[in-house]
Design a protein around this ligand. Sequence first.
Ligand SMILES: NC(=O)c1ccc[n+]([C@@H]2O[C@H](COP(=O)([O-])OP(=O)(O)OC[C@H]3O[C@@H](n4cnc5c(N)ncnc54)[C@H](OP(=O)(O)O)[C@@H]3O)[C@@H](O)[C@H]2O)c1
Length: 325
Amino acid sequence: MKVVVYKKYGSPNVLQFEDVEIPIPKENEILVKLKATTITTVDSIFRKGDKFFARVATGITKPKQPILGTEFAGEIEAVGSEVKLFKKGDHVFGSSIEGSGTHCEYYCIPGNGPLEIKPSNLSFEESTALPSGSLTTLPFLRDSGKIRSGQKVLVIGASGSVGSYGVQLAKYFGAEVTGVCSTSNVELVKSIGADEVVDYKKDDFTKQNKKYDLIFDSIGNSSFKTCKPLLSENGIYLNPVISFKILLQMMWTSKASKKKAIITFTGLRSSEEKKNDLTFLKKLVEDGKLKPVIDKIFTLDQIAEAHGYVDKGHKKGNVVIRFDH
Ligand SMILES: NC(=O)c1ccc[n+]([C@@H]2O[C@H](COP(=O)([O-])OP(=O)(O)OC[C@H]3O[C@@H](n4cnc5c(N)ncnc54)[C@H](OP(=O)(O)O)[C@@H]3O)[C@@H](O)[C@H]2O)c1
C-alpha cells in the first residue's frame, strides 16, 4: 500500500510516497481501507516543525512518527477475532489514536477506539472531515466553557475547521452566536447558523459595544487581554492554540480572576471520551444539526499541493484527500 511519509521538517516537498505491506490487524483491531482523510492545520504545523510546542510532541530534531493524518473514513477490510462492535464491510469514520498515521491507504485501529459507523447522510469525504474539528470544539464549549442556552458566544475564525464547528455547536446548545471572519466567508458563516457576523476586513470586533459569556478564539489570533473587556462578569476566553502566554493566563485566571482563560488539548483526551463524543456528534449530523464544511477535495497524488493550500491559512472548513484505490 501507499503511505505518505515525512522524515524531516519543512515545506510540502519533504513529503514522499513509500510502498509498504498492508498491516495485519491484531486480535483487538480492525483494518480500514481508507476512502478519505484530511489535511488539517495541525498536519501543516507538524510538517513544518517551526513551532516549539509542536516539536515537543513530534520530535525535537526530526519527526518521530513519519506518517501524518488524524482523521479517516473508509470501509472495514478485516477485523481481529476479539472485535465485537464492527464487521468486515462496515463503512466507518474516526480519529487516529496517536493524533497521526492516517495518510496511508490502509489503517489499523483498536475496535473500541474513537470510530463509529459513518453517518447515513454523509459521504466518505464529508465524514472524514468530522472528527478533528468537532472533537476539539465540543469539549471546549461543553466542558471548559459550560455553555448554556441563551448565552452570547463570539467565535473568532468562524470559517475555519474548528471555528465552523464552534458556530454550529454553540447554536445547537442554544447560544446567540457572533462569528468573526473575512468578507469572502460572511455568507458561509451565516449559512452555518451565526446570528451575527463581524467582517474583520471592515470592522474590529473589539470595538463592538457588546458583552460575551464565551469567546472561542478558534485560531488563537486574538488574546485574553484583548478580549477581556468584551467578556461578561464571569466570561470565559477559550483558545485551542498553545503558547506560553495562554498557559500562564490559564494558571493565574484560575486563581485570581472571575474572567477565565482556558486551553485544553484533544490529544490528552482518552479514546473512550473521544468515542463517546463521536457517537454524540454523529447523531447531531444525522439529525441535521451539524455538517462539515468542505473547502477542497484533492486526490492522494496531490497531497503536497493540498498541504501547500492548507499552509496558506485561509481554508474554509476542511481540506479532504480522496483515495482512488
Ligand atoms: N488544542 C487542540 O487540541 C487543538 C486541536 C485541533 C486544532 N487546534 C488548533 O486550532 C487552530 C485552528 O485550526 P483550524 O483547522 O480551525 O484552522 P483553519 O481551518 O486553518 O482556520 C483558518 C480560518 O481562519 C480564518 N482567519 C484567518 N485570519 C483570521 C482573522 N484575523 N479573523 C478571523 N478569521 C480569520 C481563515 O480565513 P480568512 O483568511 O479568509 O479570514 C480560515 O478560514 C490551529 O492553530 C490548530 O493548531 C488545536
